[in-house]
Write a protein that binds this ligand. Sequence first.
Ligand SMILES: *[C@@H]1O[C@H](CO)[C@@H](O)[C@H](O)[C@H]1NC(C)=O
Ligand SMILES: *[C@@H]1O[C@H](CO)[C@@H](O)[C@H](O)[C@H]1NC(C)=O
Ligand SMILES: *[C@@H]1O[C@H](CO)[C@@H](O)[C@H](O)[C@H]1NC(C)=O
Ligand SMILES: *[C@@H]1O[C@H](CO)[C@@H](O)[C@H](O)[C@H]1NC(C)=O
Ligand SMILES: *[C@@H]1O[C@H](CO)[C@@H](O)[C@H](O)[C@H]1NC(C)=O
Length: 780
Amino acid sequence: MEIFFFSLVSHLFLFVLYWVFPVESVFLPNLPALETNPSFHVFDQIVSSVCTKSTRKGHLANGSNNIILNPTFEDELSNWSGKGCNILLHESMEDGKILPLYGKFFASATNRTRSWNGIEQEITGRVRPKLAYEITAIVRIYGGNVADANIQATLWVQSQDINEQYIKIAISQATDKGWVQLQGKFLLNGSPLKVIIFLEGPPPGTDILINRLVVKHAEKAPPPLRPFMKNEAFGVNIIENSNLDDGINGWFPLGNCSLNMEFGSPIELPPMARNSLGMQERLSGRYILVTNRADTWMGPAQMISGKLKLYLTYQVSAWVKIGPGSTSPQIVNVALSIDGNWVNGGQVEFNNESWHEVGGSFRIDKQPSNVMVYIQGPAAGVDLMVAGLYIFPVDRRARFKLLKKQTDKIRKRDLILKFSSSKANNVSGAFVKVEQIQNSFPFGSCITRSSIDNEDLVRFLVKNFNWVVFGNELKWSWTEPQQGNFNYKDADELLDFSKNNNLEVRGHCIFWEVEYAIQTWVQGLNKSDLTTAVQNRLTDLVTRYKGKFRHYDVDNEMLHGSFYKDRLGKDIQATMFRTSHQLDPSATLFVNDYHIEDGSDVRSSPEKYIRQILDLQRQGAPVGGIGLQGHIDSPVGPIVSSALDKLGTLGLPIWFTELDVSSANEFIRADDLEVMLREAFAHPAVEGIILWGFWELYMSRENAHLVNAEGKINAAGKRYLALKKEWLSRARGYIDVQGEFRFRGFYGTYNIEINSPTMKINRTFVVDKGESPLAINIDL
Ligand SMILES: *[C@@H]1O[C@H](CO)[C@@H](O)[C@H](O)[C@H]1NC(C)=O
Ligand SMILES: *[C@@H]1O[C@H](CO)[C@@H](O)[C@H](O)[C@H]1NC(C)=O
Ligand SMILES: *[C@@H]1O[C@H](CO)[C@@H](O)[C@H](O)[C@H]1NC(C)=O
Ligand SMILES: *[C@@H]1O[C@H](CO)[C@@H](O)[C@H](O)[C@H]1NC(C)=O
Ligand SMILES: *[C@@H]1O[C@H](CO)[C@@H](O)[C@H](O)[C@H]1NC(C)=O
């Protein structure tokens, strides 16, 4: 998904580091503008650390667990040294304008001539592998005519095989105005020979000031509470007078537009809401006509403060329409202003005068004091019509029964085990135990070069997944960070690892269409050089790995970026597909994009995705699969399945390629994950599900892990394992007089055991995908 990354400091080493700049979601700080270009950043980028934004208030760390020696410089500069620069001790600077925040002293890293110069301390032996550590530093910058600069904490790790690694563990914007707190978490694998922690980052000439550094074993999170959710008013609309039975009471115009009631809107609920609420609900046919709209954000609004409950997932639904006179497509967005933050309740884009469904979902995990819902979006002067706005909490589990039925229909097969015996034994009446040992459906995870150094993570991976995808190691920015400077080592090692562990591999990705994901040297090429570089990238990568990757994401996120298209013309995307296919006809070529399945992003609606795929096919691109990244929040089954149904009409396999769900409450996270997994597994068009990691600190999204950094499986992890178990069939019984044993089971590998006084067998057999009953002969 979206990430910012920029190449850091060029260390003297072969290694080029990238840093993720997490922006969880973008809220409009002030009412009530429309976020017309909504960019929800979730990240494709994986590093072995997570860092949080700086705060100016540090809370005092428990010094006794601190593995840093002389952390507040009470002992002057002992244990510290300069990395390529000088360090100095201070009680104050600038005639007392700069004073320590804690204790009596601070230090500066000065005479810095490279951005990687800074202050360092060796922590070998004091930092232990596989334990999660948190770091907090109190820092600021000084001098060099720089007001703000990023300071980064980095570990330099030398391992047994003399590999050097740089692990970024925290980054924060520091200023010359005051101290800020730098915070992050990390985990070390293996048994490093030497570990040094250092601060770096600001441009040469700017000093790094440090007042205190604490690195200690991360505190265990308090046991999460399962939110109480009994007797909730699921399905009950919280909007007052949705159907205008009472004129436009309860509604007010946001801005100086005018609201009037009219008649003639649909009386059916929009499909996604109908799926949640049932057919019997009817609308009145009355709608709100909004005229005199002087700005995009103007529309009907209603206060719903006090009506939202924590942790419930709310589905949003309405019919919307625009008045005549607009020539370009218009966006309509159901927006919530939750204590001044913009929350997206769904958006839709269209350019004709039909009624359109708008739908989405949201959830709150902090009790707000002020909540307003409003409908906005079309250009000033364009009339807006809104009918049947419903916001209701969804009982997401209520749908599972239906999904189980669908799953049973599409993921299982009737089986007839036919026993025969050359020894003329009478086989009937023997007791049979059939146990599925593996479901052949692809369940995968993202891995990274550093994550596979963690043996515990690998054990969980190999036991519970059969596919993988590499986080960054195949991306062009990774394999050729500077022009002509190739690094295929990490991808090679990950491929070997996958092969050795019988894991199938998706190739992610050959190109990535979004500008910020493109390395500097590529951005600097002129048209003819870029054409050559693109051709070389295709030839180098796809030839090198011919037959190795089962899938390729050919050009990631074409609905969200147009770097290559803008520079090389529309046909370049189809060319990438065509050339990839010529170079490796065995790989299935995917499109891959995000926010397709949640109604939240008009740039990537299912309709737009379909149009893009058809366009590519028309240009001869052999598109073989549809990738839905699946970085999703507060999923609602009928919304997800609506997108799958639409995309399913293309007849191409759909894969969830980067699925992750994020909630600080792990029970809610478990529910979100279950919604997504069940929807995907129950849908006939879906042929694989890849998670974007599962281990804390090896994921790009926070609060998305299934296993914590130190190996504890949380509620979301347990839910995943329970589903995997549910999707294994078992059967017990006696062989009938025909010498047969029948049951219905999931596709995959089975073990059959007969353990009677006259017969002992233990065999495996495989059930391939197919609709007709499958007879399997078992000769005893
Ligand atoms: C309505 O508000 C817009 C700005 O929000 C302003 O330009 C316009 O003059 C206002 N119209 C009336 C009739 O108040
Ligand atoms: C309006 O556009 C939608 C797709 O956005 C389409 O399904 C519908 O048929 C169109 N209606 C008319 C009257 O053209
Ligand atoms: C096989 O054994 C079962 C009872 O175990 C019996 O009902 C059946 O008639 C036997 N069949 C033959 C062919 O002997
Ligand atoms: C593109 O840049 C290369 C060198 O960077 C130069 O040799 C070439 O002439 C340029 N081509 C065009 C069309 O400007
Ligand atoms: C049957 O074989 C499987 C491995 O194929 C093994 O795990 C299982 O323990 C065996 N069962 C018996 C009763 O030997």
